[in-house]
Every structure is written in C-alpha cells, then in structure tokens.
Design a protein around this ligand. Structure first.
Ligand code: ATP
Length: 361
C-alpha cells in the first residue's frame, strides 16, 4: 500500500509568497493522479514537498501511513522524474540507472544489474545501456530518466512535467507509453503538468490547483461534466467553456438581447444557492447547437471567424451579450458574416454564482 496523503499542507516562501495553501489531498494506492493548473499555481512546490525537496511550513505528509513530513528525501521511498531528465553526462545509460541504487541502498551488484536489465527491457532501451546521454534523443533520455526511477522500485513515483521537452508527436507517444507502464507497474504516481489535455488523457484522477489552493479533485469525466466552479470549468476542456454574464430575475436568466428560459429544477437551484442575482452562464463549444427553427432558447449570432478543421469547424459567434465559440461538424457550412440561429441546450448549460464562481448546476 502506498497511499499518500497531504493534510493541510502550506508552503510559504518568505513572508509574502504562499505557494501551497492549506492543501489536503489523498492519492490512492496505485493511482495515477495528475496535478494540473496554470503556471505558478504551486504544482511543482506541492510535488517537491511530497519528495522532501522542500520543507512544509504547516501540515503533514504521510506515505503508506508513515508520517514523512520531516523525513529526508532519500528515506521517503519515492523516486522523482524531472522535466530536464537530470542525467549524468559522463555516465553511461546503465551507469545512470545504477547510480541511485549504488548510493542509497546496500543491494549487491548482481541485484542492481538484474533491476537495470529488467527496467531497460520494460522501456525498450536495452541496446542503449552502454551509450552516454549526449548520444541519445530527447525521448530516449526521458526513458532513461524513467528507468532510473523504476529500478528503485519506489512506493511513489513523482513526475514533474516529464514530457514537456519533447516535440508534440513524441509527447503523445510517450503519454501512451507512460500509461502502459503505469498499467504494468501499478505504482502510485503523482504527475505534474500545466497541460489540461495531458491531465485529461492520463489521469485516473485530476487535482486542479489555482493560487496554491485545491479547486477540485475527481476523475476526468467528473471534472468535465461536473466542474465545481468557473475556474475548473474553463480550465478543463479545449476550446474552453464559453461564459456569459447573466442576471437571475427569479424566473429566467436575463442577458443583453437574450432571455434564457430555465427548467423548474434550475430555477430552484438558483433560488436556493445564489448569493446575489448575478450568474455566469457556461456552455461548452461542442454543446452549442445551430438551430433550424426559432425556439425558446434560440437567438441569432453573427459568425465573425470560421476556422475549418476538417471534420469540424470552429465558429466564433458574436452577439450583444458577448462572443462565444462553437464547434460544429464540418458538414455544417457557415461563412464569415453569416447570421446563424443558435440554441444553448438546457441539459448542457452550467450556471456559476457570478460573485463566488461556485457551480450551481
Ligand atoms: P510552473 O508550471 O510555471 O512550473 P508551478 O505551478 O509549478 O508553476 P511553483 O513552481 O510551485 O508553480 O511556484 C508556486 C509559487 O511559488 C510561484 O509564485 C513561485 O514564484 C513561487 N516559488 C516557487 N519556488 C520558490 C522559491 N524557491 N522561492 C520563492 N518563491 C518560489
């Protein structure tokens, strides 16, 4: 069991910077948890506190039930993989993979060799074992960095943007490989990225951070369909969810030039949960529908930009209430300047409290 828990973890740098703010999070045994958020939100610092590379200002970290808050990195039973690989240039691949074991364990030579060979096979780098890092491609170097972590057979893998130095194609390929590797090793993994696509495709669960604070943790589908607040709603998903300022008059949502009819349940939720009367109406680009007929939730927009993407078109649509993006099938011909009738389907809209950003539905 390698459950890892953070309990009220805060990390301050000096008096002014709170990099991680009262973070409580449980990483389940064997799960692949992705920490995601914009630059500077505290992802790396969180990972480094789990690794023991940063001390915490407050709170507690436990790995496999053991309080490791004040334990040295080498005694935490973790292995970290960095963005820049951090390989020793003078050592061979095999030397790089052996080094950590030689320095921090009393395993005999034979056992170290066995582990290195096993990891090399798993990563398909056996034929590279005698080369030095400069004679390797970026993807190969990344595999070696992974190999060095795997040979340690740690309770927890910690990975800080390990794929960000690779080109787009290799990154996609390595994503799949990492998932396969995780499937084989079933090791608890905490993976940091700023890329929401990477988070969505790789994570068993995703934790979204903003300003050092946990916004939501859940499966990719939960984050997508049931975002806890406007920040998560607009951060997860590409293109981003559209948001429009509206006012709740007790009956409908009023937007400039558009009255949005609510269901009974939506009306009740807004009446119960809303602080004031301001609401942010959210709809994902893929949920915007081009309507043939006028209807209770339809209104006309003007197509300002049309981006053909092949199987689908991305439309930028302008209206008095604001601009929205819609992704529609490539077969739906729309030209720039066209007036298009748009419906925001009642089953797919989200509403956030305009003041707090918290989701109402
Ligand atoms: P990125 O995606 O850009 O790497 P991040 O989400 O990993 O960002 P962190 O590197 O954890 O963010 O940084 C969180 C905050 O803490 C930032 O405001 C950063 O400037 C600050 N910070 C991080 N390390 C230090 C440090 N050693 N000294 C002072 N401030 C720091």
């Amino acid at each position: 069991m390698a459950r890892t828990t953070l309990d009220g973890v805060t990390k301050r740098f000096g008096d002014d910077i709170v990099a991680v703010d009262d973070l409580s999070l449980e990483i389940r045994d064997g799960e692949f948890l992705v920490l995601v958020g914009p630059s500077g939100c505290g992802k790396s610092t969180t990972l480094r506190t789990i690794a023991g590379l940063e001390t915490v200002s407050e709170g507690e970290i436990r790995i496999d039930g053991r309080d490791v808050t004040d334990v040295k990195p080498k005694d935490r039973d973790i292995a970290m993989v960095f963005q820049n690989y951090a390989l020793y240039p003078q050592k061979t691949v095999s030397g790089n993979m052996r080094f950590g074991l030689e320095m921090t364990t009393d395993l005999d030579d034979e056992e170290i060799t066995r582990r290195v060979e096993e990891a090399a096979e798993l990563l398909d780098i056996t034929e590279l074992l005698d080369r030095r890092p400069r004679a390797l491609s970026g993807g190969q170097q990344q595999r070696v960095a992974l190999g060095r972590a795997i040979v340690r057979n740690p309770a927890v893998f910690l990975m800080d943007e390990p794929l960000s130095n690779l080109d787009a194609k290799l990154r996609t390929q390595m994503r799949t490989e990492l998932q396969e590797l995780h499937g084989e090793l079933e090791a608890t993994t905490v993976y940091v990225t700023h890329d929401q696509t990477e988070a969505m495709t790789m994570g068993d669960r995703i934790a979204v951070l903003e300003s050092g604070q946990l916004q939501q943790v859940g499966t990719p589908m939960e984050m997508y369909y049931e975002p806890a607040n406007e920040f998560v709603a607009t951060f997860i998903g590409s293109p981003s969810m559209n948001t429009l300022d509206a006012t709740f008059d007790g009956e409908h949502l009023q937007l400039p030039g558009y009255t949005y009819e609510l269901t009974e349940a939506q009306r009740e939720a807004l009446s119960a949960d809303l602080g004031g009367d301001s609401v942010t109406l959210g709809v994902r680009p893929e949920d915007v529908v081009l309507a043939d007929e006028p209807g209770p939730r339809t209104t006309e927009f003007v197509a300002s930009i049309v981006e053909p993407m092949g199987s689908e078109n991305v439309l930028h649509l302008r209206h008095e209430m604001g601009e929205i993006v819609a992704t529609v099938s490539g077969g739906q011909r729309v030209r720039e300047g066209d007036r298009v009738r748009v419906s925001l389907p009642v089953d797919h809209v989200h509403a956030f409290d305009g003041e707090t950003g918290e989701a109402v539905f």
